[in-house]
Design a protein around this ligand. Structure first.
Ligand code: ATP
Ligand code: MG
Length: 254
């Protein structure tokens, strides 16, 4: 039975997609069966897994509005060893269409049910908002992975996210918990980064992942080749860090 994790942070550009595609690739590298769900209409995780969002006949949008079974939309990423439930701009419409529908928060959860036994991990890349789409992700997940940059504003907004998670937990999905905070784009030469990192450890203790993802240009270059950094340049520092993170995740869910 798959363990489902949302990669979420309503702040934009904090490394959600980079984390989702590289964790997917890292887990696949360790022999895990992985499905990546792209819940962001930007479609960056889709493109970053070698699937061209402009060529999609169907996407997670059709799945959410009950027009296609999930098994017909899932495809294998190109150049990677995991599956993708891809998306494109159409998904932005789902937000509006679903707003008055019954069970609007649990659409994804219901849709994924038939494929749960085909995977060890399902990773959901969330959009940079606490929208209905993110809510759908949170409602089907066992845990949330929160990527954070260790900078002055990192903690701002974290309480909104934590509150949303608590609300989902109280009302819609009692299984949900924060698995951990992942420090990303880390630069140890910056004093402030070290201070914020120490602050996170002091406040959140074991909820802070041991693995730290460094700022690494190979991770930033990889998407333009339609690949996760872990596949694009496995020996780079960034890729190695995500492979360690995959190991840490496997150990945590055991
Ligand atoms: P959005 O909120 O728009 O969905 P996001 O949170 O998914 O953004 P990413 O797209 O993963 O963030 O990352 C933002 C930018 O930072 C991208 O250009 C990405 O390539 C770059 N980036 C992410 N992680 C790293 C890293 N560890 N080192 C260097 N660059 C990185
Ligand atoms: Mg993203």
């Amino acid at each position: 039975m798959a363990k489902i994790f949302c990669v979420a942070n309503q702040k934009g550009g904090v490394g959600k997609t980079t984390t989702t595609v590289n964790l997917a690739a890292g887990l696949a590298d360790k022999g895990q069966r992985v499905l990546l769900v792209d819940l962001d209409p930007q479609g960056n995780a889709t493109m970053g897994s070698g699937v061209d969002k402009r060529d999609l006949e169907m996407s997670v949008y059709e799945v959410l509005i009950d027009q296609a079974p999930v098994s017909e939309v899932i495809c294998r990423g190109v150049g990677v060893s995991y599956d993708v439930l891809p998306t494109n701009r159409d998904l932005a419409g789902a937000e509006i269409e679903l707003v008055d529908s019954e069970g609007r928060e649990t659409r994804l959860s219901k849709a994924l049910a038939p494929v749960l036994d085909q995977y060890d991990f399902i990773l959901i890349d969330c959009p940079p908002s606490l929208s209905l789409l993110t809510l759908n992700g949170l409602c089907c997940a066992h845990g949330v992975i929160i990527p954070m940059q260790c900078e002055y504003y990192a903690l701002e907004g974290l309480s909104d996210l934590v509150n949303s998670i608590k609300q989902v937990c109280a009302n819609l999905n009692a299984n949900l918990s924060i698995i951990g905070l992942l420090r990303v784009m880390f630069d140890p030469r910056i004093t402030l980064s070290n201070q914020v990192s120490a602050q996170l450890e002091a406040h959140f203790g074991s909820k802070v992942f041991k693995t730290v993802i460094p700022r690494n240009v190979r991770l930033a270059e990889a998407p333009s080749y339609g690949l996760p950094g872990v596949v694009f340049d496995r020996s780079s520092k960034g890729a190695q860090a995500y492979i360690s993170f995959a190991e840490e995740m496997i150990a945590r869910v055991k």
